[in-house]
Design a protein around this ligand. Structure first.
Ligand code: ACO
Length: 458
């Protein structure tokens, strides 16, 4: 099959959110820390009516409805998540309920877990299936979904929740770029969830940032290498990238990441030529540095970061900023975060701007797993083309965000306490009102004496 990639995207985020400016005041941190320092505006959160199964049911159902998919046409369904409520039974198996009526039980795939990276691995698996000898001509669906909540403290404002489903198949408007993928994996205890009786992770914030940027360095190095070889272009760099999107726990990290990529380009650029010197003027004093030396001292690392951000600001505004809309409004959705950036980019830019462009993705999941890869936007902008359909289907996101309900920080905290106190309980009936859910949302009715969960759709 040709042009294997993403055919359709569906985005779901919670109906309730808390404002980050109000959260700053409520938490007693300095004004601007969450909004300017981390670059966040609002944070979506779920009451006790929603869990990983309901989020996934909601987004999958919406994807099928909006695209009038015949359940019989789906041959693979994968879920990427780190929000586990069962050590054995997959979320995928729960989703099979949506195929029951059609009689289609022949659907490959189960769940994949590694922090925020599981969705990317699920995507890779589905793309590979379509390209493989096992493919039977049907389509694949990837569901990424998570609820990101933290214990009280500095990480809490980087929470969020949401779900994104993607339809995978041939002749797609977003085509996976074959061969352009680099991967970096290693063992780290930066963020993990060893406590099975709590929804909260154990997180070493500073270490998680170090791991994130180390992974970014490795992936970009590998990705450029692929670009150089595949396209016989010894100068392959950010000039060859039209848009860059990043796993975005908070939107400032995307700006820092892009700046870091430019710093790479600078170190590998040939000294002397007038245009190169002018472009990287703010970085001139670091010319003789080796990449590994940049993190040796914290002060130096900050200096370089600031200079790189200054140097890359204009290009960042063009190539990254349009992808940050959902991340700023909803927060870290974990596995869907990167794909929320993709959706934001697609509804923020015009079809003429997007046409034929290369979008580079950086996926990161603590623990750790990471990858850099790219997709190419189709050239076909004729009316009714797959690209036109895809972009049109995403246009309602800003209005849906605006229609959400704001909840005061004190109430948000009560909801978190409710979730915390009832985590993994049996014989449980949720108490949050189903009024705080948008139409079409699946919600939990009860957990019975054998921990079996029942859902209804609003
Ligand atoms: N006005 C403007 N900026 C401010 C203000 C203010 N009043 N106060 C602080 N800032 C800036 C800081 O200078 C800093 O920016 P800088 O790094 O560019 O200098 C930023 O706001 C954050 O402040 P810190 O003091 O560094 O924040 P803290 O250490 O308390 O927490 C952290 C940040 C570590 C990201 C925390 O939120 C966390 O642990 N989050 C969860 C882990 C995470 O998301 N890791 C990322 C990758 S792994 C994953 O996705 C889960």
């Amino acid at each position: 099959p040709e042009n294997v990639g993403i055919l359709a995207i569906e985005v779901y985020f919670p109906y309730t959110f808390v404002n980050q400016e109000k959260l700053e005041e409520f938490d007693g941190v300095s004004k601007g820390k969450y909004t300017i320092g981390l670059g966040q505006k609002n944070m979506g959160f779920c009451g006790d009516r929603e869990d990983i199964n309901s989020l996934s049911l909601t987004v999958l159902n919406k994807l099928m409805e909006r695209n009038s998919l015949n359940p019989m046409d789906i041959g693979r369904l994968e879920v990427g998540t780190e929000t586990l409520i069962d050590k054995s039974k997959s979320v995928k198996s729960v989703l099979m309920q949506l195929f029951e009526e059609s009689g289609n039980s022949s659907i490959e795939g189960v769940d994949t877990t590694n922090a925020c990276y599981g969705g990317t691995q699920a995507l890779f698996n589905s793309l590979a299936w379509v390209e493989s000898s096992a493919w039977d001509g049907r389509l694949a669906i990837v569901v990424t979904a998570d609820i990101a909540v933290y214990a009280a403290g500095s990480a809490r404002s980087t929470g969020g929740a949401g779900a994104i489903a993607m339809l995978i198949g041939p002749n797609a408007p977003l085509v996976m770029e074959r061969g352009m993928r680099s991967v970096h994996m290693e063992h780290a205890y930066d963020f993990y969830k060893p406590n099975m009786s709590s929804e909260y992770p154990i997180v070493d914030g500073k270490l998680s940032l170090q791991c994130y940027f180390r992974a970014l360095d490795q992936c970009y190095r590998g990705y450029k290498e692929k670009g150089r070889t595949l396209y016989s272009n010894p100068h392959f760099n950010l000039d060859d990238v039209d848009y860059a999107i990043f796993h975005t726990p908070f939107s400032k990290i995307a700006q820092k990441s892009f700046a870091r990529l430019m710093f790479h380009d600078f170190l590998y650029s040939t000294k002397g030529s007038g245009s190169v010197e002018e472009r990287y003027q703010a970085l001139a004093e670091y010319r003789n540095l080796k990449l590994e030396e940049t993190f040796q001292s914290e002060v130096k690392a900050k200096e370089i970061e600031r200079a790189s951000m200054k140097c890359s600001q204009k290009i960042f505004d063009r190539k990254v900023l349009p992808s940050l809309y959902l991340a700023r409004e909803v927060g870290n959705m974990y596995t869907p975060s990167l794909y929320g950036c993709l959706a934001s980019l697609l509804f923020s830019e015009s079809i003429q701007e997007l046409r034929g462009k290369r979008v580079v993705f950086f996926s990161y999941g603590s623990g750790l797993a990471s990858a850099m890869f790219s997709f190419q936007v189709s050239h076909d902008v004729t009316s009714g083309s797959p690209l036109v359909k895809l972009l049109e289907s995403l246009k309602d996101i800003p209005a849906r965000l605006a229609a959400r309900k704001e909840v005061e920080p004190v109430e948000f905290l009560k909801v978190l306490a409710l979730r915390e106190n009832n985590y993994n309980k049996k014989n449980y009936c949720p108490t949050c009102s189903d009024e705080d859910l948008s139409t079409g949302t699946y919600f939990l009715i009860n957990v019975d004496e054998k921990f079996r969960r029942a859902y209804k759709r609003k």
